[in-house]
Design a protein around this ligand. Structure first.
Ligand code: UDP
Length: 238
């Protein structure tokens, strides 16, 4: 899509691929793409590089699923990052994988870690820390993650920060699966809510977030721009 390779797999195939990746010992960056991120990539060559270099880009946003269909190159289904996180935790239980959780406010990540440990007692939480640190703290954050030797690292620092951060330190971190999870820990900790199922079915999860956090409207201006661009360029979308 506009030069970004978006996976066509549904959830089951995505998890199957990532199960092998988790045990491969090689680093994989997983990006859960939405139209805002695609537009950011089209406006910023560095962000585009990151999207292109990711080992797997899954269609998280409804708009991405819609665009693939419009271009006559449909994806199987939406693969929401939040659901993927839970699927990986579930599989991690059976396979005794280690997880590291990075990001969100200190009390949020603490509560999210406790909740995930309760939901998936067989998965090992090798460590967690909040996402409010500066670039000069990066080395100590990386050392702590490396020492924990996780199979999977979830990073929640907002899409404009988490994906570049993972990309920058991908080789150094060397974690088999590294995935940005945005506001997921806020939901898992109970601090915020995900859109109700009926709204997800209506493909209006984005609208729910806009209503809950009106300050998001600025970045959401990218949505109509994305739609227009897709309709104009659907013949050569990729
Ligand atoms: N966050 C963080 N460090 C920061 C900025 C944000 O850990 O410097 C966390 C924030 O607390 C939240 C998560 O990143 O838990 C996602 O933020 P946001 O909803 O802005 O994510 P986006 O929708 O941009 O992916």
């Amino acid at each position: 899509m506009f030069g970004i390779r978006v996976s066509k797999w549904g959830m089951a195939d995505t998890v199957k691929y990532l199960a092998d990746a988790a045990e491969s010992g090689k680093p994989h960056q997983v990006i859960t793409a939405n139209p805002i991120m695609v537009m950011a990539a089209l406006e910023d060559p560095l962000y585009m590089e990151i999207m292109k270099n990711a080992e797997l880009v899954v269609p998280d946003g409804t708009g991405v699923v819609w665009a693939a269909g419009k271009a006559g190159n449909p994806v199987q289904e939406r693969v929401a990052g939040f659901d993927l996180l839970h699927e990986l935790m579930k599989l991690g239980e059976q396979r005794a994988w280690k997880f590291y959780l990075l990001g969100s406010a200190p009390e949020v990540i603490q509560a999210a870690a406790e909740r995930l440990q309760m939901l998936y007692p067989g998965a090992k939480l090798a460590g967690w820390r909040d996402g409010y640190f500066t670039a000069d703290q990066d080395p100590e954050v990386i050392e702590a993650i490396k020492a924990a030797e996780p199979h999977i690292l979830f990073v929640a620092r907002g899409a404009d920060t988490q994906e570049p951060w993972i990309a920058k330190y991908k080789e150094q971190l060397g974690v088999p699966i590294m995935m940005g999870v945005g506001g997921s820990f806020d939901v898992i900790s109970g601090r915020s809510k995900r859109a109700p199922k009926w709204m997800q079915k209506l493909r209006a999860e984005w609208l729910y977030r806009l209503l809950k956090e009106p300050t998001r409207y600025r970045r959401m201006l990218a949505l109509p721009k994305f739609a227009v661009k897709v309709l104009k360029e659907k013949e050569n979308l990729g």
